[in-house]
Design a protein around this ligand. Structure first.
Ligand code: PLP
Length: 393
């Protein structure tokens, strides 16, 4: 069966070039980078090269790059490592639309007695900067706000937020897991103190990430252990994955223009065709400040999961905006925070593209999606009620 993979915000294909550079470091050059002998030394050199590639990608210094095991670890380390450095401060600020890697840490901190502010968003998924300004004060230990949303692709004005936060002398972390590789990031010109990246969202394998920590930022290690990563993250380095991520960063820098032109054009084409061919469809999130690869669409009066299953039968892999919690399908916290109406939030689908997608694949989706929606609406009591109520008017 044909596979059309448009779920790249969930995970991406590992680039063949990345697999290639990783391969020798499993069973040929398997030394420990901390070893004194030449066999460890040659591996250490490759880890250093990868750190330079990552730094170059982010406009950072190599010494500001800490390799972690994933985006979740980077987020947890940034938050808990900062809190540990400022034990006297007890106010944590984030948003209502974060990934659970930050959102559930926020809930945990609330349980631990921290005062937590989760900033609201508007119907387009945007933050109000005046509210940020009013919320952050000298008692705030850290502000952690995502760069771009994984469900809607909405991009927050991170530099403007950073200026507000830094203006008050408060540390600022951003979860850039979805932004990295899709929009330019330059830490040299940034007000961000810490930034999280996950390898598997940018064509490196699962199980590797980066925490960027600006020079001079107060930070206590989350993983306490050996002297690795300059004492900021204990544990023997995951050498092949670090080398792979270095290569992925190099490729991501090279492909940034392609993401912003060709991938954007494919996404826009898909979105336009969906809106043209299917009635009662909403696009979720700020249309202008959005990742070039993401579109979240709500098909009114149908269930997202049913759409996904029928798409999956045709080899199309997307994802829905619902989370199965305690047996009931709840619309995602992101769409709820945006106030997307119940009838639309349940029928939300996210398509997220990558440089490996083609126009033919978009056409394949556009050919099959409208009949799926018609078929599901034909058996939907909510759609029938809606059609009846429209006829009465
Ligand atoms: N942050 C965001 C915005 C994400 O989308 C994800 C993964 O979906 C993560 C963090 C977690 O990354 P990882 O899967 O590498 O732990």
């Amino acid at each position: 069966m044909k596979t059309v993979y448009v779920d790249n915000n969930a995970t991406t294909k590992v680039a063949p070039e990345v697999v290639e550079v990783m391969r020798p470091y499993f069973s040929e050059f398997y030394g420990n980078p901390s070893s004194m002998h030449f066999f460890g030394g040659q591996v250490q050199k490759k880890v250093n090269d990868a750190r330079e590639q990552a730094a170059d990608f982010l406009g950072a210094e190599p010494s500001e790059i800490v390799f972690t095991s994933c985006g979740t670890e980077s987020d947890n380390a940034a938050i808990l490592g900062t809190l540990d450095s400022y034990p006297e401060k007890r106010h944590f600020v984030t948003t209502r639309v974060e990934h659970p890697a930050v959102g559930n840490v926020s809930t945990y901190l609330g349980r631990k007695g921290y005062r937590v502010t989760e900033l609201p968003v508007d119907r387009e998924g945007r933050l109000d900067l005046d509210v940020v300004r009013e919320t952050v004060n000298e008692g705030t230990v850290l502000v952690s706000i995502m760069y771009a949303n994984n469900e809607t692709g909405v991009i927050f004005p991170i530099e403007q937020i950073g200026e507000i936060v830094k203006g008050k002398g408060i540390p600022f972390h951003t979860d850039a897991v979805q932004a990295a590789g899709k929009i330019p990031l330059n830490m040299k010109k940034s007000s961000v103190d810490m930034l999280s990246i996950s390898g598997h969202k940018l064509h490196a394998p699962k199980g590797i990430g980066i925490l960027y920590i600006r020079k001079g930022t107060k930070f206590s290690p989350f993983l306490i252990g050996g002297h690795q990563e300059k004492g900021r993250r204990g544990g023997t380095e995951n050498v092949p994955y670090i080398i792979g991520l270095g290569k992925a960063c190099e490729l991501a820098k090279k492909h940034l223009d392609d993401e912003n032109t060709r991938v954007r054009a494919l996404r826009d084409y898909l979105e336009k065709k969906i809106l043209e061919t299917i009635p009662n469809v909403l696009v979720n999130g700020d249309g202008t400040n959005r990742l070039p690869n993401t579109v979240s669409v709500s098909f009114e009066y149908v269930e997202g999961e049913s759409i996904l299953l029928l798409l999956s039968d045709l080899g199309i892999c997307a994802s829905s905006g619902s989370a199965c919690t305690s047996g009931s399908l709840e619309p995602s916290h992101v769409l709820r925070a945006m106030g997307v109406p119940f009838t639309a939030a349940h029928g939300s689908i996210r398509f997220s593209l990558s440089i490996y997608n083609t126009k033919e694949e978009m056409d394949y989706i556009i050919e099959h999606l409208p009949p799926i929606i018609t078929r599901l609406r034909d058996i939907s009591p909510f759609w029938k009620d809606y059609v009846k109520s429209k006829a009465k008017k």
